[in-house]
Design a protein. Structure first.
Lengths: 353, 111
């Protein structure tokens, strides 16, 4: 049965449970009566007097009305079930469509929002000053694939390198991506939201650590793994150990050296970019993102968002022009990544949706 | 023998799907058959069987039809849908993975 037939028939069923509820209730009563009678017959055959057998059958059903009510509850579940199915279907379609990256005409930069704006949308209840130096200079970058109706697409490591080198309106740009670790402490394990970041992130945001130091450019390349943790994690999992800097901790089974603790007011990435889970939680662990040579050469492996700081005397409009230029250049230089539009339209999510 | 253990969460669905993969049955017969084939170990309480059936029907894994039963009365017969057959395969695979894993743990030698 095709997808469309299937949703058509389920629409009928849905209609049935709304408008033919009376019939369904009568069916339910008959179904239960059948069961009660069989049970009663069985007990009578075993020598139980009829009135007692009837009562026993009802009790075995756990109270007929209550059992019926539980069945009616199940009727309502269809909505939930179908919604879950639709979501699964949508995700599967996206995953299956190779055109997601291939067909896209890259259009950069139109989706730039000043970070203050994003922040006030996401975290307006907190009403506290932005925890970064000169926040009006900060921008968050993502890309749009216009003909796919996709916005907020992250960047690959190669794209980030291009941005840092070639966008002159940006004084600097830092990359960050979602990560998660298990932190074991006091015989329990916490799943903690983390971010893999480029080592210049903290300098770019201009926030000093509470303890220790933040990353330098060598931190991502050395054998020894280092980590900066949040003040909240430091208190929750490490009992605010004053000798935490230099201490080795285990994250998802791997040893890391703690080099610094960020003050509680430092929140980054903004929860909007922590995509997992029903309620976005703030990152509490930062590690230097490790980028393998393979990843560096995979131009369409897009996992990073980018935060940039505008150079002095530059405006967002100038940045947008720069980004547009870079996007055009990418399209020309890597047509196989950005330019190909020749796969069947049925494979693209935007036309099937 | 000790009292039959309560069914693990979720296993009732699997058992019902498996029963109905053999042949269409009404609720009463499902309960009986389960008891028989498991030599009385698996007893599904009447009160939990019917809500489970209705839930499976709503999920589209089984469908129902009124037909004359063996005692010549109208009864609601459930049968597996194609979707249900797929679900059964998945759940059965999960189940054997889980039970194998538990078996391996139980076979560890104490020293």
């Amino acid at each position: 049965m095709g997808r469309w037939e299937q949703s058509f028939s389920s629409a009928i069923l849905r209609g049935r449970s709304l408008f033919r509820r009376g019939q369904m209730n009568r069916d339910l009563t008959e179904e239960f009566q059948y069961h009660l009678d069989r049970k009663t017959d069985e007990l009578v055959a075993a020598g139980v007097p009829l009135p007692e057998a009837r009562r026993a059958a009802q009790i075995a059903l756990g109270g007929v009305e209550q059992a019926k009510e539980e069945c009616r509850d199940a009727w309502g579940l269809r909505w939930v079930h179908e919604l879950a199915q639709d979501v699964r279907y949508g995700t599967r379609l996206l995953r299956k469509a190779p055109g997601f990256t291939l067909s896209a005409i890259c259009m950069l930069g139109t989706a730039i929002g000043a970070i203050a704006f994003v922040f006030s949308l996401v975290d307006s209840t907190l009403l506290r000053p932005l925890p970064f130096r000169d926040p009006s200079q900060l921008v968050v970058l993502s890309q749009q694939f216009a003909n796919q109706n996709l916005s907020d697409v992250p960047f690959s490591a190669a794209e980030v390198a291009d941005l840092r080198e070639q966008i002159k309106t940006l004084a600097d740009a830092a990359a960050f991506r979602h990560a998660e670790f298990n932190v074991v402490h006091d015989d329990t394990a916490d799943r903690v939201i983390a971010a893999g970041v480029s080592p210049n992130l903290f300098d770019l945001l201009g926030v000093a650590p509470l303890l220790g130091r933040t990353f330098n450019s060598a931190d991502g390349t050395r054998e020894e793994r280092v980590v900066v943790i949040s003040e909240t994690l430091w208190r929750r999992c490490f009992a605010a150990d004053s000798a935490i800097v230099g201490r080795q901790i285990r994250l998802s089974g791997r040893p890391f050296i703690v080099i610094g603790v960020m003050p509680e007011r430092f929140r980054f990435p903004l929860p909007r970019y922590n995509l997992r889970g029903p309620v976005p939680r703030a990152a509490e662990i930062w590690t230097p993102a490790r980028i393998s040579p393979e990843e560096m050469s995979a131009r369409s492996a897009r996992t990073f968002y980018v935060v940039g700081r505008l150079g002095n005397n530059f405006e967002v409009a100038g940045l947008a022009a720069d980004l547009k230029r870079l996007g055009d250049e990418w399209t020309n230089r890597f047509p196989q990544v950005y330019g190909k539009k020749t796969f069947p339209s049925s494979a693209s999510p935007s036309t099937r949706r | 023998m000790s009292k039959p253990p309560d069914l693990l969460q979720g296993t009732l669905d699997l058992l019902i799907l498996k029963m109905l993969a053999l042949e269409p049955m009404h609720g009463w017969a499902i309960g009986r058959r389960l008891k028989q084939v498991s030599s009385d170990v698996l007893q599904v309480s009447d009160g939990s069987l019917y809500p489970a059936l209705h839930k499976l029907e709503q999920a589209g894994w089984i469908k129902a039809e009124w037909k004359p039963s063996e005692n010549n009365r109208r009864a609601k017969f459930y049968s597996l849908t194609r979707l249900g057959r797929k679900q059964l395969q998945m759940e059965a695979a999960d189940w054997s993975r889980l039970s194998n894993a538990i078996l391996q743990v139980m076979e560890l030698k104490e020293t």
